[in-house]
Ligand binder design. Structure first.
Ligand code: NDP
Length: 296
């Protein structure tokens, strides 16, 4: 058996199209153009790529993109002052500070200085608390994208056994909260979990967010399970030539696709959904800020 491929790239394009349609309506009917401000501190190469991609997709759906690139040695005071300015700016509906920050900056302090209503990454402590208590919040983009794909594929998730591998604040924990919110029976596994393969074998839904290339293999997977691979790992690819690399997930795609019922690929799975959800969150924040009905 070969698993159904959950095409995150195509689904993300649909989500972005829906966002673009709403943005056009907001502009035509309400005279509002959503604005997303992205703050990048320093020269981290991967972060620069992400910020560029986010800016491009923001303008493609008709929103305003405001990029703020700060020197690596920017002081905490200067960064907080910029965030305060963006918090007060009515043309900015979403604020994202690209992480990780240089070591001299306190990430928690910086993230918690963002107005929670504009916190489109959903990392502010008040949004984390709201998600954990089932209240309306801004939901972190990567787990939100995973949930949307799962709902699209399964319809109802109620009663399914879900195992989330990874307990980070940005992926694993919010993913578990979302699955619990959809009435899954949720297990969170991590580096201290005993006999991880047998824990995973009990799952109808597996979300792998570990950061270890191709760790989850086919013999860990219950027949017919749905596998969402969050991992993005660059590994050497000598077959493509000397010094070349390729991207792989936390799941061994070749062996898992023979057992699973459905699987997301890497690339082209969770990654594109993450940016689409960032745009969806910015739209949601704009509607809430203006007292308008939220998009579904
Ligand atoms: P973190 O490093 O913050 O967390 C990794 C988690 O995996 C930790 O909870 C850790 O456990 C657990 N872990 C590590 N090794 C093992 C192991 N051998 N067995 C079981 N659990 C283990 O990573 P992130 O959550 O930030 O990211 C996870 C992956 O997702 C990365 O590959 C990252 O690149 C990718 N990612 C992809 C995104 C996308 O848009 N597609 C967005 C964000 C991340 P412990 O807590 O005990 O240390």
């Amino acid at each position: 058996m070969t698993a159904t491929l959950i095409d995150g790239k195509a689904f993300a394009a649909e989500v972005r199209q829906k966002v673009a349609t709403h943005v056009t309506r907001l502009r035509d009917e309400n005279g509002i153009t959503p604005g997303l401000a992205v703050v990048l501190v320093g020269e981290d190469a991967a972060s620069q790529v992400y910020v560029r991609a986010k800016g491009k997709m923001t303008t493609e759906v008709g929103m305003n993109s405001f990029e703020h690139k700060l020197e690596a040695d920017t002081s905490e005071g200067d960064l907080l002052a910029l965030i305060a300015k963006l918090n007060a700016d009515p043309s900015v509906n979403g604020i994202l500070v690209q992480l990780p920050l240089p070591a001299h900056l306190n990430e928690d302090l910086v993230v918690n200085s963002i107005d929670p209503a504009k916190d489109v990454d959903g990392f502010h402590i008040s949004n984390v608390g709201r998600l954990g208590t089932g209240q309306k919040s801004m939901v972190p983009c990567t787990p939100l994208g995973c949930l949307m794909m799962l709902r699209e594929f399964h319809g109802s998730l109620s009663g399914l056994n879900a195992v989330v591998i990874g307990r980070s604040n940005i992926v694993g924990k919010p993913m578990a909260s979302l699955l619990l919110g959809d009435s899954c029976t949720v297990t969170i596994a991590h580096s201290r979990t005993k006999d991880l393969p047998s824990v995973v074998r009990a799952a109808d839904i597996v979300v792998a967010a570990v950061g270890r290339p191709e760790m989850v293999t086919g013999d860990w997977i219950k027949k017919g399970a749905t596998v969402i691979d969050v991992g993005i790992n660059r590994i050497p690819a000598p077959e493509k030539g000397e010094g070349k690399t390729r991207l792989v997930g936390d799941v061994d795609f070749a062996s898992v696709k023979e057992v699973a019922g459905a699987i997301t690929p890497v690339p082209g799975g969770v990654g594109p959904m993450t940016i689409a959800c960032l745009l969806a969150n910015t739209l949601t924040a704009t509607c809430r800020a203006n007292g308008l009905a939220e998009p579904e």
